[in-house]
Design a protein around this ligand. Sequence first.
Ligand code: SF4
Length: 235
Amino acid sequence: MRDLLLRWFAANGRDLPWRRTRDPYAILVSEVMLQQTQVARVVPRYLEWLERWPTVAALAAASTADVLRDWQGLGYNRRALNLQRAAREVAANGWPDDLTRLPGVGPYTAAAVGCFAFERAELPVDVNVRRVRERTGSEFDHTCAQALMDLGATVCLARVPRCGECPLTAVCPSRGRRFEPERKQGRFEGSFRQRRARALRSILDGCDPADAAAVAALAADGLVQVEGGVVSPPA
Ligand code: SF4
């Protein structure tokens, strides 16, 4: 299965900008952006981000308000805050062996940075990788990471996999099956997440957010500071 998969990937793999580098900072940026945002939306934002803050040192030295402003539109703003905290940690102490010690870096992101930047023998298991492993019954090793991600994203789709186009179809025990829809994320429109996003945008624009509950939630996450009743972006 591994050979079939890698041969398919060599001919069909997606050309994504973070695959052209081994820079751990660039790969961390891409992985954090990809945590909750689709690939097509991440590509231009990733390129802009690295143009503005090309290194750990540049991001560490930036004002947090600028970092949050630049993140607008990607959602889940806490990721930007943690990304800068991670950059500050790395700028001060270097990359830790245990990457999960960095703010906002969980086991998956640590495995991805470890595998793609530091060439560690760890397979980062995202939703696409997990799906292909479960359906094929094959574990695959870290050398298959990008190929598994692409197969899961473009061929072995969640509900109706394209088994007819799949390089593993002759050996996959799940070929031809249909699957139940996976649980969708709650609607953004009308949600508290939307209120938080609006309030943060107002604060970054220097306006009064007028949504006390949203401001309290932002303050609890460290995304804004409140002093003497005045709300402002973090320093
Ligand atoms: S044959 Fe079908 S179910 Fe199996 S890995 Fe390929 S696309 Fe997925």
